[in-house]
Design a protein around this ligand. Structure first.
Ligand code: F6P
Length: 512
């Protein structure tokens, strides 16, 4: 474990191509999945920013990525060490798969990860389900991941854990590999102590995480919440809120905010290169009239995303301001998610029911107020949809960051379409960076949200442009590369400090 880091060692950003350590990345979700299709083995990629954003990094560094092999043909393509080289067309790194039984998936992934930690961290304690079997299995699977890490890493490696599925794995790895640099990025919010304290396993979770040398969150607020929880939970811990350092169990962990960004330049380019024919056929297919403005919402179907609340606001708008009928179409692009969990099934039914009701109430012969698309869009199609939409409605009731908000801004890069307006919930991590120039909304207030949608639709051109210019500047400046360089720079600084300490120790031993 690292000695106390010096500030100067941590300040230098490290671009991916200058990262000098061997990297083992660990996540629940894998970047490539092999499955049977029409008698052949096909490969697909999961929806989601985490794997898409980190895959190019791994291709550049050529490290090892450890993840759950959830494809029905995954085991057929791996070697005797459960490894396969990916991307399949042009291999650049090793993917090591961890095999989970159906019960393990049920209790560790659908159970503890997504019925305890997910709602707890999103401040939705009423949706938690603390079943004992979930916890036992979470511990077991974390050990399984840790065993795989210990086989792939050594004392000089850097191991990067992703997210809330793996809170306990770092302490197991630390026991086996005391010299390895461990860090974790927590992609969801960290709640206040008042919320976190309800968790029966709060001490074990913090103990597991504090085996890392570095823990990253999206915002300063989550860092503060985490430090408060450590302070309140462990009398023996010393927490320095200014430097973000925790001394616990004889070791130091640095806790910092690294706001995740998107590959803004690439998104802007793809939006510019979009195929206009797609947009024409999209309008035709869904009967979106020429004169109708378009608002867009793109979400995984999750109760944190505020989709029913957003639909209530639209219903209120069409009800109280009939002049917007046929002049505004809302496009909801949804991705089904975690459907084995009853809360998610309820959410899906609620969203369907609201969309049907709005369309039943207000549709005319030539127009429907809400267009729902479930099919997968290619990136150029999605960014084209963003570029042509007058508004993006990003209204989560709680969200660690929300990359849709940033992608929408990045896709407004050209001059052929008018700039759009970003309507953004105060409850997202992205609001900290974009809240000054987006239209800020409170997600539970349907009437106010309806007013703000109207305000956004009637915003004067110069104001719309002014706001979008400021948003673009922020999204371009704090993009994916900035996030990576600052995270990898910090961890590289810690790694060097450990190497230096080891060298000094060896020198001392030789002298004596
Ligand atoms: O926001 C957390 C997160 O893990 C994302 O990184 C990811 O895109 C999303 O949830 C998808 O979750 P799952 O892996 O459960 O489908």
């Amino acid at each position: 474990m690292s000695p106390e880091p010096t500030e100067s060692a941590l300040l230098a950003d490290t671009p991916v191509d200058a990262f000098e350590s061997s990297l083992v990345l660990v996540s629940n979700r894998q970047p490539y999945r092999h499955r049977h299709e029409d008698g052949e083995i096909a490969v697909d990629r999961p929806v989601g920013g985490l794997t898409a954003g980190l895959d190019p990094v791994m291709q550049q560094i050529d490290g090892t990525w450890i993840a759950w092999g959830d494809g029905d043909a995954d085991a057929e393509v791996t070697d005797e060490n459960d490894c396969v080289r990916v991307p399949p067309d042009d291999p650049g790194y090793t993917l090591r798969r961890v095999w989970l039984s159906d019960d393990a998936v049920d209790e560790y992934y659908y159970g503890y990860s997504n019925q305890v930690l997910w709602p707890l961290c999103h401040d939705l304690v009423g949706k938690t389900n603390f079943e004992d079997r979930f916890w036992s299995r979470y511990r077991e699977v974390n050990e399984q991941f840790a065993d795989a890490v210990v086989q792939q890493a050594d004392g000089e490696s850097v191991v990067w854990f992703q997210d809330y599925h793996l809170a306990l794995a770092p302490s197991h790895v630390r026991e086996a590999l005391p010299e390895t640099t461990l860090f974790q990025f927590w992609h969801i919010p960290w709640p206040t102590w008042d919320t976190f304290r309800v968790c029966p396993q709060r001490r074990e979770l913090l103990d597991g995480l504090l085996a890392n040398d570095l823990i990253g969150f999206h915002t300063e607020r989550y860092v503060e919440n985490f430090l408060d929880c450590v302070d309140a939970c462990f009398e023996s811990a010393t927490v320095d809120a200014d430097s973000g350092e925790v001394r616990y169990d004889g070791e130091t962990t640095l806790v910092r905010a690294f706001p995740l960004g998107v590959d803004a330049e690439r998104i802007g380019r793809l939006a510019e290169e979009r195929d206009e024919a797609f947009w024409e056929s999209f309008r035709d297919k869904y009967d979106i009239p020429e004169e109708s403005r378009v608002a867009v919402g793109v979400d995984r179907l999750d109760y944190t995303k505020g989709i029913p609340e957003r639909l209530d606001a639209l219903e209120h708008l069409f009800e109280t301001r009939p002049e917007w009928r046929e002049r505004l179409t809302y496009v909801q692009k949804s991705t089904e998610s975690r459907s084995d969990i009853p809360e998610y099934q309820r959410l899906q039914a609620e969203v369907d029911e609201r969309i049907d009701r709005i369309n039943d109430r207000f549709a005319t012969e030539t127009w429907q107020p809400v267009v729902r698309i479930d099919e997968r869009l290619t990136n150029p199609e999605l960014y084209g949809l963003y570029a042509h939409s007058d508004l993006a409605l990003v209204t989560p009731v709680r969200d660690g960051m929300n990359l849709v908000a940033k992608e929408y801004v990045a896709a407004q890069a050209d001059n052929d379409t008018d700039d759009g307006v970003l309507v953004l919930s105060r409850m997202t991590g992205a609001h900290g960076e974009l809240g000054d120039t987006a239209v800020t909304i409170e997600p539970y207030d349907a009437h106010e949200l309806a007013d703000q949608i109207e305000e956004a639709l009637t915003m004067p051109d110069h104001e719309r442009e002014r706001r979008m210019d400021a948003l673009k500047e922020s999204v371009l400046e704090n993009d994916l590369d900035t996030w990576l360089a600052s995270l990898l720079g910090t961890v590289q600084g810690l790694r060097r400090a450990t190497d230096q300490q080891n060298e000094d120790r060896d020198r001392q031993e030789t002298k004596s």
